[in-house]
Structures are given as C-alpha cells and as structure tokens.
Design a protein around this ligand. Structure first.
Ligand SMILES: Cc1cc2nc3c(=O)[nH]c(=O)nc-3n(C[C@H](O)[C@H](O)[C@H](O)COP(=O)(O)OP(=O)(O)OC[C@H]3O[C@@H](n4cnc5c(N)ncnc54)[C@H](O)[C@@H]3O)c2cc1C
Ligand code: SF4
Length: 330
C-alpha cells in the first residue's frame, strides 16, 4: 500500500507551486485517466493536486473569430458550445465520438491532451515498456500490436496517441497555453505532442509543474465545413483504429484550402501534410483524393497485425473528403 496525499488548490499559482515543489505530485482534473492509472500502479503519484476550483472552464469567442477553450472545460460542454458547433464542427464531432457520456461530463480538455496511451503493455506493470519504465524494452513491437501505430514509430515505442479531439485540434493549428514556475508560454499543438524516438517516456514538452491553462483555436473559415470520422471495432465507447479530421474549400473544382489529420495510426495526432500538399491546387475528386491518401501512407511502417491500418487510413481520408465535397461517403 502506498500513501497518496490530496490537496485542492484555490488558485492557479498555488496549484503550480504545489506540483512544482514535489517531484511525485501531479495535477488532478476529471481524474478519468489519472485515478485509473494510480489504481493500477502504472503511475505512482505521492500527491494529487486537484485543480477543479480554478477558473479555467470557459469557451470564449476571440475578437479575431478564434476560440479560447479553458483547460478545465469538460468535453461535453465544449462539444455543445454554440460557437464550436457553428464554426468548428470537427471539434464537436471528435469529442462526441470519444469515451462515453459519463466520461465526457467529467473529463477536461487539458486532461484529454495529457491522457496516456492505451497500450496493454504500458498498463500491465509486469510487462516491459519503455514508456512506463525507460530501458525495459517494448512488449508490443514483437507482441500484440494490432491497435498500434504505423506512423511516427520508433524502435522504442509504437503506441498510438489515443485522443480524438487532439486530432481535430492538430488539423486546426491550435495553440496550447501554459503557465509554470518559469512563467507563461504558447506551444503550437503539433510541437506539443512529441514523437517517441529514444525517449517514449517524454510525451510532451511540459516541465514538471507546468499547467495547461487554455487551448486557443485560431480563426479558420474553412472549418465551418469540416468533419471527423472514426473507425473502430465497435460503434461506441472505443478508441480509433483510424480516424480523420478534415476540412476543405473547393473553388471552381480545384482544392483551394485543405486541412487533414489522422488519429489511431500515429504515435502522435498526425497532421497529414503530404496529403495536404498533394491535394492543393489539384482537381477535387476521387482520383486526386486517393492519390493524396496513398502519398501520406507511403511513409507507414506496418507490422503484420496492423498492416490493415494502411488501407483503412487511406480509405478514411478519401471518405472524409468525398463527404465534404459531394456528400458521397464511399
Ligand atoms: C473507458 C474510457 C474510454 C475512453 N475513450 C476515449 C476516446 O474514445 N477518445 C478519447 O479521446 N479519449 C477517451 N478516453 C480518455 C478520456 O478522454 C481522458 O481520460 C480524459 O480526457 C482525461 O481528462 P481528465 O480531466 O479526466 O484528466 P485527469 O485524469 O485528471 O488527468 C490526466 C492527466 O493530465 C494531467 N492534467 C490534467 N489537467 C491538466 C492541465 N490542465 N495541465 C497539465 N496537466 C494536466 C494529469 O496530471 C494527468 O497526468 C477514455 C477514457 C476512458 C476511461
Ligand atoms: S508500444 Fe510503447 S507503450 Fe506499448 S509497450 Fe512498447 S514502449 Fe510501452
């Protein structure tokens, strides 16, 4: 039995100071990841600093047409916020396709970005896992890896990033705002998620005690017509085998602007930049969409159990683009 202390912070400065001052302390938001992992002894925090009293739960319109989403805004509140539904439907859809209604009511946006991987070896303390126990090896590379990543993998770790909304936020070039012992900073969301490389235990650039305060979504008129599609083993309460966040603007039959990101296939929420580059300026249609999807997945490193994800992700991209351009969900 390991002792676990609990403190409830009344203000942001206190929350940061409490965690920064104790190597074994962690923030506690909705608790839907942190408490699970502490119970399983995958994480062993000595002190949980509850941040739920901090005034960080708003969803605010910005003067430039963007949005500021507080780190403690609940997934369900963000999904139904009128500004999100009207201007960024891809955010709403990605949230509603994640977890369950009860979890979405508890789970915060900051916690969602910091949630840990669902790899079974990570969650089994008897198994080797470089992410949980650096240098111990990776149970998945030669083990059960049907759900694992095919993009951004390394010889140390092949776990997929599990968040759905992060995929939409990566497509929208969101910015993660933080405050820590060293002050405030803004981190572009694509830089917020680190590739595993040789250090899979380091998943994001946050320092110990650095708190996410908000997520800024810049204005993106293209996102008014956007979609999130998620493919999984069952239709609810399940993580993605592949997912896609897409937005596109077509002018005179040509792709004038496009945003694409993939989930369920990358070790981080995967901005599909190769596909975007292949699409821009080209005719909007099945042939171009298929070619772009194939170019993106050409960089995949698949294993026998998860090789099906290559075609699944390609088809997901094509279906999303068809859905947005002509309502055709082939
Ligand atoms: C059964 C189940 C199914 C799920 N299905 C999905 C799914 O399909 N799609 C999906 O996207 N997610 C899914 N999730 C994950 C869920 O969305 C996350 O657990 C949740 O978003 C985490 O938010 P939280 O507020 O509960 O975080 P917590 O559990 O409180 O915290 C999670 C981590 O984030 C840190 N943290 C929290 N807030 C901050 C902050 N402001 N700044 C810095 N660090 C912070 C904590 O210290 C901790 O390390 C599922 C979870 C469960 C249990
Ligand atoms: S894939 Fe990553 S999380 Fe899973 S066992 Fe290997 S190192 Fe650990």
């Amino acid at each position: 039995m390991r002792a676990l202390s609990y403190a409830r912070a009344a203000d942001t400065g206190t929350a940061i100071a409490l965690v920064a001052g104790d190597r074994e302390a962690a923030f506690l938001a909705g608790g839907t990841t942190e408490v699970d992992l502490a119970r399983q002894q995958v994480l062993r925090p000595g002190l949980l600093v509850d941040i739920n009293d901090l005034p960080l739960d708003g969803v605010e319109d910005q003067p430039d047409g963007g949005l500021r989403i507080g780190a403690l805004a609940r997934m369900s509140d963000v999904a139904r916020a009128p500004a999100v539904l009207a201007r960024f439907p891809v955010i709403s859809q990605s949230l509603l396709l994640g977890a369950s209604a009860q979890l979405r009511n508890m789970a915060s946006m900051g916690g969602n970005l910091c949630q840990r991987v669902r790899c079974g070896y990570f969650r089994d303390v008897a198994s080797p896992c470089n992410k949980r126990d650096p240098g111990s090896g990776c149970g998945a590379i030669d083990g059960m890896n049907r759900g694992h990543a095919i993009l951004g993998v390394s010889g140390s770790c092949i776990a997929t990033h599990p968040s759905d909304v992060a995929v939409a936020l990566v497509a929208l070039d969101a910015v993660v705002r933080t405050r820590g012992p060293g002050g405030e900073r803004d981190i572009g969301i694509d830089d917020f998620f680190l590739l595993p490389g040789d250090t899979p235990d380091r998943e994001h650039p946050l320092e110990h005690g650095e708190l996410i305060t908000a997520i800024d979504v810049p204005p993106a008129p293209v996102a008014r017509r956007s979609v999130y599609l998620k493919f999984r083993d069952r239709q609810s309460y399940e993580f993605a085998l592949a997912s896609v966040a897409a937005a596109i603007r077509v002018e005179d039959g040509t792709v004038a602007e496009v945003r694409l990101a993939l989930g369920g296939v990358g070790t981080k929420p995967w901005r599909a930049r190769r596909a975007e580059a292949a699409l821009l300026g080209q005719p909007a249609g099945q042939a171009g969409f298929t070619e772009a999807a194939e170019q993106e997945l050409a960089q995949a490193t698949a294993r026998p159990q998860n090789a099906f994800k290559v075609e699944l992700a390609q088809r997901a991209i094509v279906r999303a683009l068809n859905t947005l351009t002509n309502g055709d969900a082939r």
